[in-house]
Structure formats: structure tokens, C-alpha cells
Design a protein around this ligand. Structure first.
Ligand code: NI
Length: 135
């Protein structure tokens, strides 16, 4: 028997979607407003899901406090109120699309779980646009 435990979190961050090896017009054609050289922000909503067996001693799949603190340390402190392109090392050579941000978040969190705990992340870039990644 496996149960999924989920925790919501939130961070604000700025980004710019562009490739240095493309011209301004190529970047505008593909990334539109998101290529704005002056950056723009999003209110990101993150949902982290952990699926696993219930520990018979505690009744938990994972202690929510542990999950909360982990998201704070690995994600919020790294990304909240940051310019993702300029201030977050993981994006120095990676375009900070919602897809790539979700993969980076997954990779940051993954080492903290054991082999019985299946991790997946859902990242909302806007209330209507979201991506999911589970490895
Ligand atoms: Ni954007």
C-alpha cells in the first residue's frame, strides 16, 4: 500500500528565456515576451508529492515538517526573490523555463528521499500553465 503526501510551496522569481547563440529576432520569435532583456517575474506555485508506504510506527509516509523544511532549504532559499538566470547557478547554462525549473527542483530534492519514497514535482508558472516531473 502506498499513499501520496503533498506539500504546496511558493516562490517569486524573475527570469528571461533566451539563447545567447541566437539573434534578438530569433529569441523574440521563439520566446516572445519571455525574451524581454529586462526580465520579468512569476509567482511560482510548487507542489511536491511523495508517494510511499506508511511507516507503521509513525503512521507517516514522510513527516510534513521534514518535507516543509526541505523545500524551504533546497528551493525557497535558493530561488525566492531571485533572478534565476543571474543568481541561481543551476541556470547559468540552462534556460529557466518551467520545464527546466521543475527538473532542477526535482534533482535538488531527490537525494533527500529513500528508495521507497517516489518523488514528483508540479510547478505552476501561472494559474493555468504548469508542468510536472517525476524523474
Ligand atoms: Ni516568463
Amino acid at each position: 500500500m502506498k499513499v501520496t503526501v503533498s506539500r504546496k510551496a511558493h516562490f517569486n522569481a524573475a527570469h528571461r528565456l533566451f539563447r545567447k547563440d541566437w539573434t534578438a529576432s530569433q529569441n523574440n520569435e521563439i520566446f516572445g515576451k519571455c525574451a524581454n532583456p529586462h526580465y520579468h517575474g512569476h509567482n511560482y506555485e510548487l507542489i511536491v508529492h511523495v508517494k510511499g508506504p506508511i511507516d507503521p510506527q509513525t503512521g507517516y509516509v514522510i513527516d510534513m515538517k521534514v518535507l516543509k523544511d526541505l523545500i524551504k532549504e533546497e528551493v525557497e532559499e535558493r530561488m525566492d526573490h531571485k533572478n534565476l538566470n543571474e543568481e541561481v547557478a543551476e541556470f547559468s547554462n540552462l534556460i529557466p523555463t518551467a520545464e527546466n525549473i521543475a527538473v532542477v527542483i526535482y534533482d535538488l530534492l531527490k537525494p533527500h528521499f529513500n528508495e521507497n519514497q517516489e518523488l514528483s514535482v508540479t510547478l505552476y508558472e501561472t494559474p493555468r500553465n504548469y508542468v510536472s516531473y517525476s524523474g
